[in-house]
Design a protein around this ligand. Structure first.
Ligand SMILES: Cc1cc2nc3c(=O)[nH]c(=O)nc-3n(C[C@H](O)[C@H](O)[C@H](O)COP(=O)(O)OP(=O)(O)OC[C@H]3O[C@@H](n4cnc5c(N)ncnc54)[C@H](O)[C@@H]3O)c2cc1C
Length: 474
């Protein structure tokens, strides 16, 4: 039987290690803390929750509930310990984080000595990956704050275009606050359906907007989350390591730059980029505007729209001021502001199989937030799958991916199939929602108008498929 090396002692790593050890595999578990920490971790503990203490909703027939139910049925050890350390939180599962970590450590410790000694703990930073090492499988679960040296190694293995170091989020506006008299629906060159709301600029409006954008105040440099570039720069200095990726905007997928940076490259750069007006005929003038901001529908209810390509790094108050200079958004309410923070994740649609193996190096599995999923529970779920898949591979079997109808399967399906046909639109990490699950048949949707009832059917189907998959793969 092959040996399994698991890198990362956060959420996905310990779950994967405990699953694989429970299935009889020998595991080497690597965690770099306390020798080296991340910007967010405070302790050297396994399963540290770095921010909130919530594992989301326990309300029946919600998507986070479904994910947890599947995990419970599959014997998720971290979720069992979360249940055992829960604190009152209404309809959510929230935990006492210290107790949770303590319990997880205890479960791992039980596999380090005695007759079940199958886990060896290594407190060290891993900086190299060898996909050709005989008789060894690797589960990489180093999370959104993967150490720079290992990120550089992963980049070497997967290619430079396939690793994102920063997450950039575009602002979202409340649809009811858009001045619909000033904007127009149109598709570029009238191709396809007119799904985008276009905010047209005159030359004067564009010049005013540009001046405001390029002089607006950015998030202060000392805030690591708000200023990922500076964070990585200072870590490089501290490390003095040539293996670290350089802190340049190249770390956004396909040049996903903050809008104010693009604007600084030249007064027309935005007009030839995210504010390109070509093919957008304004019905009021019969002409293309000087520049345009496009708003894309954010959700199925169409009550919110995101500003396409407007990820930025400005202070929230400054964003409100500058973005309200966009024609049609003078009185807009922003439901979310643009943000940029460090989040290392792979280009999963191009790199991963549904069994979480790197296509080019199948002896390496990727789990947790690094794989392109988002959230505590999702990371534990992904560790559970990776641990089971790695155990099957260690026995010389080819694992069957979790079914598409399930919450777990839908997450894996999303990250491995979310290829975006739109050029320059990069893969975005996701947490579990009903949007990821297969929709009900059209006929059934027409018959059942109540959303809760529809969700119940999706959950029932998911749990049935999950149970069948568990029975077949046990
Ligand atoms: C600041 C921040 C706040 C967040 N808040 C929330 C929240 O409130 N709710 C939520 O649901 N999600 C949140 N997330 C997202 C996500 O759920 C967590 O990051 C989660 O911990 C991810 O689990 P993971 O196992 O993938 O990674 P982690 O829990 O980060 O575990 C990765 C582990 O790998 C170790 N490691 C890294 N590099 C190496 C190396 N080279 N060698 C050895 N070990 C290494 C790290 O020290 C770490 O312990 C947050 C993320 C961040 C960054």
């Amino acid at each position: 039987m092959k040996k399994i090396r698991i890198i990362g002692g956060g959420l996905a790593g310990p779950e994967a290690a405990l699953q694989a050890a429970s299935l009889g595999c020998n595991v080497d578990l690597y965690e770099m803390r306390p020798t080296r920490s991340t910007e967010a971790h405070q302790t050297a503990d396994f399963a540290e929750l770095v921010c909130s203490n919530s594992l989301k909703s326990e309300s029946e027939n919600t998507a986070p509930w479904l994910l947890k139910q599947e995990m419970r049925r599959a014997g998720s050890i971290l979720l069992a310990e979360a249940d055992a350390s829960s604190v009152p939180a209404g309809h959510a599962l929230a935990v006492d984080r210290v107790e949770f970590s303590r319990r997880v450590a205890e479960r791992i410790a039980a596999f380090t000595t005695g007759p079940d000694a199958r886990i060896t703990i290594h407190r060290e930073e891993v900086t190299t990956l060898n996909p050709d090492e005989p008789d060894t499988l690797t589960v990489l679960a180093t999370g959104p704050l993967t150490s720079p040296a290992l990120a550089a190694e992963l980049q070497r293995l997967t290619g430079s275009d396939h690793l994102a170091f920063y997450d950039s989020i575009s602002p979202i506006v409340d649809a009811s606050t858009i001045d619909m008299d000033k904007v127009f629906f149109a598709a570029r060159y009238d191709k396809g359906t007119a799904d985008y709301i276009n905010c047209p600029f005159t030359k004067e409006e564009y010049e005013t907007f540009l001046d405001a954008l390029t002089t607006a105040e950015a998030v202060p440099l000392k805030d690591w989350e708000g200023n990922a570039l500076s964070s990585l720069s200072s870590r490089r200095e501290a490390d003095g390591s040539a293996s670290l990726p350089p802190a340049t905007p190249a770390h956004y997928f396909e040049g996903c730059l903050p809008i104010e940076e693009t604007a600084r490259r030249g007064r027309d750069t935005l007009r030839f980029g995210p504010m390109k007006p070509v093919g957008l005929t304004d019905p009021k003038t019969g002409r293309w505007p000087y520049a345009a901001v496009q708003l894309r529908q954010e959700n199925l209810r169409a009550d919110s729209y995101n500003l396409v390509g407007f990820q930025n790094h400005l202070k929230f108050g400054e964003q409100a001021r500058v973005l309200r200079l966009i024609p049609g958004l003078e009185n807009a309410t922003f439901l979310r502001y643009g943000q940029i923070h460090r989040n290392t994740y792979i280009d999963a649609p191009n790199l991963l199989t549904e069994t979480l193996q790197l296509r080019a190096h199948p002896s390496i599995l990727i789990a947790g937030q690094l794989s392109g999923i988002e959230g505590y529970t999702e990371s534990i779920a992904s560790g559970l799958l990776a641990g089971r898949y790695a155990a099957a591979l260690a026995r010389g079997e080819q694992p069957t991916p979790a079914p598409r109808a399930t919450a777990n399967g839908s997450l894996s399906y999303y990250i491995t199939h979310a290829l975006n046909p739109e050029k320059h639109k990069r893969f975005q990490p996701a947490n579990i929602t009903f949007d990821l699950l297969p929709p009900l048949e059209e006929e059934l949707r027409r018959k059942i108008r109540d959303k809760k009832e529809r969700h119940k059917i999706q959950c029932d189907r998911a749990l049935e498929a999950w149970d069948a998959w568990l029975a077949a793969s046990n």
